[in-house]
Write a protein that binds this ligand. Structure first.
Ligand SMILES: [Zn+2]
Length: 207
C-alpha cells in the first residue's frame, strides 16, 4: 500500500515501485484539505501508472487549521520556516498510516510505503525519523502479521526526490503541490516555494 497524496514525492515513489515491477494499492484521503484538488492529481497519477486507487473520506476528523479552513490564513515563505507550523494537521499522518496498515492487512499485504522526505522534518513531527521509526515498530506489532513501514526518501532532500523523478520520467505536470488549491499554483506558499527550489537546484524550471 502506498500513501499517494497527489504531490510530487509520493508520485516519484509510485514510479519507483512500478519500475521495480510492483503493483501497489494507492491510498488517498479527503480530509477537507483546501487543496483537495490534489485528490484529482492523485487519481490521474494512479491512472497513469494503472494502479488501484482508493480515496478514504475523513472529513470531520481534523479541526480547522491553515490546511483545512479558508478562514485561517495560509502562511507564505519558506517551507522550513517556523510560520509553516500553522499547516500542521495534528496526527494526520499517523491516522493515514494506520488506515494504510489496516488496508494492507485486509488485503494480505505486508508493506506500507511512505513518501516523507528530509525537508518535511523541520515542521512536521509525523514526518520525522523518530516518528517513522516508532510508527514502524507499532505496525510490526499491531496484528499477528507484521506490516513493514518503508520511507525511502526520509534521508533525502526535495531536490534529490526531483532528480530521482526525472530519471524515472515522472509526469510532474500531473502532480499538485500548492497548499492553496485553486486553478494554478500560488507560487508563494511554503509548498510552492520548496517545489520551485527543488527544480531550480536541478537546473530545471516548471513553466
Ligand atoms: Zn502555493
Amino acid at each position: 500500500v502506498l500513501l499517494l497524496s497527489g504531490g510530487l514525492d509520493s508520485a516519484v515513489l509510485l514510479a519507483s515501485l512500478v519500475g521495480d515491477g510492483l503493483d501497489p494499492i494507492c491510498l488517498s484521503f479527503d480530509y477537507n484539505q483546501r487543496h483537495r484538488r490534489e485528490l484529482d492529481s492523485a487519481k490521474r497519477i494512479a491512472g497513469f501508472y494503472r494502479v488501484e486507487h482508493i480515496v478514504v473520506p475523513l472529513t470531520g476528523v481534523f479541526g480547522p487549521n491553515a490546511l483545512t479552513s479558508e478562514s485561517v490564513e495560509l502562511p507564505t515563505g519558506h517551507y522550513e520556516d517556523e510560520a509553516m507550523s500553522a499547516t500542521v494537521v495534528p496526527n494526520r499522518n499517523m491516522v493515514f498510516l494506520s488506515i494504510a496498515t489496516a488496508l494492507a492487512l485486509s488485503r494480505g499485504l505486508s508493506k506500507v510505503w511512505y513518501g516523507a522526505h528530509g525537508g518535511d522534518s523541520a515542521i512536521y513531527p509525523d514526518c520525522r525519523p523518530r516518528f517513522v521509526s516508532a510508527m514502524g515498530q507499532a505496525m510490526l506489532l499491531c496484528d499477528g502479521k507484521p506490516v513493514e513501514l518503508i520511507a525511502p526518501f526520509l534521508g533525502m532532500k526535495k531536490r534529490d526526490v526531483v532528480r530521482c523523478g526525472v530519471g524515472l520520467d515522472v509526469p510532474f505536470d500531473l502532480t499538485w503541490t500548492c497548499y492553496k488549491g485553486g486553478v494554478s499554483p500560488c507560487g508563494v506558499c511554503g509548498a510552492c516555494v520548496e517545489r520551485a527550489e527543488a527544480f531550480a537546484e536541478n537546473g530545471l524550471c516548471e513553466s
